[in-house]
Design a protein around this ligand. Structure first.
Ligand code: ATP
Length: 441
């Protein structure tokens, strides 16, 4: 008999609606007839009897086939989508509680053979090959778990910030002028004008504090930096926050509470998922130390990495600091000249700014600080940084409408996910990464 009889043209919707998910089947179902749908992960043909492993979004289940069903089954390529109907019975298999004795099989969608990569992960493929077939790559349980946890973390962040009275906002990503100055913007033609893709929501989120007080935004931003690293992408997701009447110390408290609550929540309630990434609870934090930029210079001096005050912390310097502080730590009070024009300086020590970065080892996750809210000083700052206040007139005028003192941060969400999933390359935690070489799929 040809396989055609299995290839259903009039799929019975009722059966699909009545399907049971793999992980919901247990010993209480023994004796019942159930419909299960999934991707054919494995087929072991023992001659008179065959075993299949089918996978759905909840897990795997085992089916046992015999007779005509088994002989027809031999033609079905792995990773095809099939629907099986059968009775649930006890099993001797160690990794399953029960199995389904298959009474009928329908091939719902045939997969090509061979596939471009092995989605079971048994045969390893290069990162490039995997990204070229990303939708298929996600059938690997470890990889799909990264994105399920990513979705969960987004929810946790939203819940945490809403519980602290922050309002979620959406600001434009098509903008008419450079947000912070600098050359790393993607420009394009916008009708008859020149437009850019936003590199951050910095100016908008500051403006919004004058009416909404506390705002946050989770969105993609774009940087035209030709970086070839494992921590930079041309398009990345950032969690941005801005709050009126809070100082950078209080903003660091928020970052600390947010990070600790998420990590502890994941290790406490998603143990099984986290075990995919860590052997045990390897990240343990109850507070995040605050280390001044100047103390970092001293630490580095002791490690024969000599930097002068005002030097940026280079990659080798951050690597050495990461060896002293392998977990989360803040670097606070950066030299004013290293920070953007909108960061406020210390009143009595203007060479230092009210700023911080959150690091995890050598990886920068968050950048934040108290903002300058005095319009005249802000104009002067723009000039000092070589920027033209006229190009910021829309922004500057809002500072004359009762702008509150305010502070905020930007958290690189993809980098945060690298830590949560113990990934060494940002491309592992982004579905369709964009970098200098990759624009597809
Ligand atoms: P870096 O020095 O690592 O290039 P940055 O100082 O340019 O980062 P900010 O402009 O301060 O970064 O942005 C805030 C946060 O956004 C960073 O701490 C980082 O987590 C994230 N981020 C910035 N640029 C990128 C990028 N190209 N790819 C991924 N994440 C990024």
């Amino acid at each position: 008999m040809s396989l055609k009889f299995l290839e259903s043209e009039n799929m019975q919707n009722e059966n699909i609606m009545n399907r049971t998910f793999a992980s919901f089947v247990n010993k209480e179902n023994i004796g019942q007839n159930l419909t299960l749908i999934g991707w054919l992960e494995d087929f072991r043909d023992m001659g008179k009897i065959g075993f299949i492993t089918l996978r759905d979004m909840t897990g795997n289940f085992q089916g046992v086939l015999a007779g005509e069903i088994l002989s027809n089954f031999r033609e079905i390529p792995r990773q095809s989508v099939i629907m099986v109907i059968g009775s649930i019975q006890d099993t001797r298999a160690a990794s399953f509680q029960t199995e389904v004795k298959v009474q009928s099989v329908k091939l719902l969608s045939r997969a090509v053979n061979p596939l471009p990569i092995d989605p079971t992960g048994r045969v390893k493929s290069s990162m490039d090959k995997r990204l070229d077939s990303r939708a298929l790559d996600l059938r690997d349980h470890h990889i799909s778990s990264i994105f399920k946890i990513r979705s969960l973390v987004l929810n946790l962040i939203r819940n945490f910030l809403c519980s602290r009275m922050f309002v979620e906002v959406n600001t434009p990503k098509i903008i008419g002028s450079a947000t912070e100055g600098g050359a790393d913007l993607f420009g394009f033609e916008y009708f008859s004008k020149k437009a850019y893709l936003a590199q951050s929501p910095q100016l908008y989120k500051e403006q919004l504090t004058l009416a909404l007080e506390r705002v946050f935004e989770i969105s993609s931003y774009f940087r035209a930096e030709p970086s070839h690293t494992v921590r930079h992408l041309s398009e990345f997701v950032s969690v941005d926050l801005e709050a009126a009447f809070l100082d950078y110390g209080e903003i660091m408290d928020i970052v600390q509470d947010l990070v600790i609550s998420i990590i502890n929540d994941l290790f406490a309630h998603r143990e099984k998922d986290m075990a995919l990434f860590y052997n045990k609870q390897e990240i343990k934090i109850d507070r995040i130390p605050r280390i001044s930029y100047e103390k970092c210079l001293e630490d580095l001096k002791g490690l024969s990495e000599k930097l002068e005050f005002g030097d940026d912390l280079s990659d080798p310097a951050l690597k050495k600091l990461g060896e002293i502080y392998p977990s989360f730590y803040f670097i606070v009070d950066w030299p004013t000249k290293l920070k953007p024009f909108y960061i406020l300086e210390h009143e009595k020590k203007s060479e230092l700014s009210r700023s911080f970065d959150l690091q995890y080892g050598n990886l920068e996750i968050v950048s934040g600080g108290t903002r300058e809210h005095d319009v005249q000083r802000l104009r002067n700052k723009l000039v000092e940084k070589g920027l033209d206040p006229k190009s910021f007139s829309d922004h500057l005028q809002t500072f004359e409408w009762g702008m509150p003192p305010h502070s905020g941060f930007g958290l690189g969400f993809d980098r945060f996910m690298m830590i949560i999933t113990n990934s060494t390359n940002i491309r592992e935690v982004v579905l369709y990464p964009r970098d200098t070489d990759r624009l597809t799929p």
